[in-house]
Design a protein around this ligand. Structure first.
Ligand code: PSV
Ligand code: MN
Ligand code: MN
Length: 389
């Protein structure tokens, strides 16, 4: 085996991918939510399903929770349940988009009482973090305006900065805030954190424990996402990815399904900037829904897609690439990248799994396990993602 492949195997052995609890509930569009047999009925069962993904892939040891979707009486008990299943609790997502009070905003609202309510919700999330051992508080701000003149854009930013500061002050020394951006939806004139620049400015003002989350579905078509990755890494503020695939809007489809080359280009910058290494501070999370496909296999496929893109990025001959770039060999440099992208990495990933005592095909192994048939038999009344509260 070449040195490059050996190094790739070592790096792949350390990679982890975090799963979203909401991927295991029923989900859909605003037109229809299709129920599926056997879907998890509560947060405990969502963890059980997530643990299946880890069991067959070996690289998905954490689950993000969404509060209050994943509401339970005792979060210590939920974390213990996760530990029994061989997984842990990852990021805690706050929810600022399902409350009538937030029609005109939450952390940016003109009324201090509404802002207080939104800030206090994060105190509840931080409590959940303490109880579960989570270190990442993920804030996606759904605030924005629909019409020019509807509100004062500058005043909203000032109120947001103040609210975020109050939330940031709640963090323990080992905790981080992950601040997500999205260019549209649920508002369509001006979102209050529409882009990475706005998120980064707020993070820089807050302090070292604040970092940006890059959700791959939250950009305008044609945006060069890998360029954003580089900028955030350069600033030391890329805290996490929400991986998913988009064609039109915030589609939340299986990562790497429509554009595996984009995922490869992103992972190329991650590998090239030494951000794959555990401890580099980048949390690779999925943020997806499986509306028409089965949930657990959908998550297994997603994890495998991330692994494939990562493996290809690890196989880039970076010495040859640097030489070609240095000498201005435009086509040569591009060819180095394309050679790696064109490599069939499935045998390498099969070897990785074999070395870890896993089935070489996690997708097929899960299908054979009988788990899906068992949950379809035993669970009645699957929970809709987003309506756990
Ligand atoms: C918003 O579109 C988002 O991507 C945020 O990450 C939320 O937490 C997630 O979806 C689930 O609603
Ligand atoms: Mn997201
Ligand atoms: Mn989204």
């Amino acid at each position: 085996m070449t040195d490059l492949r050996t190094a790739a195997l070592d790096a792949l052995a350390t990679q982890t991918i975090e799963l979203p609890s909401w991927a295991f509930g029923n989900s859909g569009t605003r037109f229809k939510v299709f129920g599926r047999p056997g879907v998890a009925r509560d947060p405990y069962e969502k963890l059980e399903d997530a643990a299946q993904v880890h069991r067959y892939t070996g690289v998905a040891p954490r689950v993000s929770l969404h509060i209050p979707w994943d509401l339970v009486d005792d979060y210590g008990k939920l974390a213990a349940h996760a530990a029994d299943l061989g997984v842990g609790i990852g990021a805690i997502n706050s929810n600022l988009f399902q409350d009538d009070a937030y029609r005109l905003g939450s952390l940016t609202h003109a009324d201090p009482a509404v802002r207080r309510r939104a800030i206090d919700h994060h105190a509840q999330c931080v409590e959940v973090m303490h109880a579960t051992g989570s270190t990442d508080l993920k804030v996606w701000l759904p605030d924005g305006t629909n019409y020019p003149g509807q509100d004062d854009l500058r005043a909203r930013q000032d109120r947001l900065a103040d609210s975020l500061q109050r939330i940031y002050a709640m963090l323990g020394p080992d905790m981080r805030m992950l601040l997500e951006y999205k260019f549209f939806e649920p508002y369509f004139y001006a979102m209050d954190i529409p882009d990475w620049g706005t998120s980064l400015l707020h993070c820089l003002a807050l302090g070292d424990q604040a970092t940006v989350v890059l959700d791959t579905g939250h950009h305008a078509p044609g945006t060069n996402i890998e360029f954003i990755v580089v900028q955030l890494l350069r600033a030391g503020r890329l805290g996490a990815f929400d991986f998913n695939s988009r064609n039109y809007a915030d589609d939340d489809l299986i990562v790497g399904s429509a554009d595996p080359f984009q995922l490869f280009r992103i992972m190329n910058e991650i590998v090239g900037n030494d951000a794959l290494r555990p401890g580099s501070g980048v949390n690779f999370m999925l943020d997806q829904c499986h509306n028409i496909e089965p949930k657990i296999p959908g998550q297994i496929r997603s994890v495998m897609n991330v692994q494939e893109a990562t493996a290809k990025a690890l196989l880039i001959d970076r010495t040859a690439l640097a030489e070609a770039q240095q000498s201005g060999d435009v086509l040569g440099a591009n060819a180095v990248l394309m050679d790696a992208y064109g490599t069939d990495v499935r045998p390498l990933l099969a070897l990785l799994r074999e070395q870890r005592g896993l089935d070489t095909d996690p997708y097929a192994a899960y299908a054979r396990s009988g788990y899906q048939e068992r949950i379809a038999r035993e669970r009645v009344g699957g929970q809709q993602a987003g309506w756990g509260a």
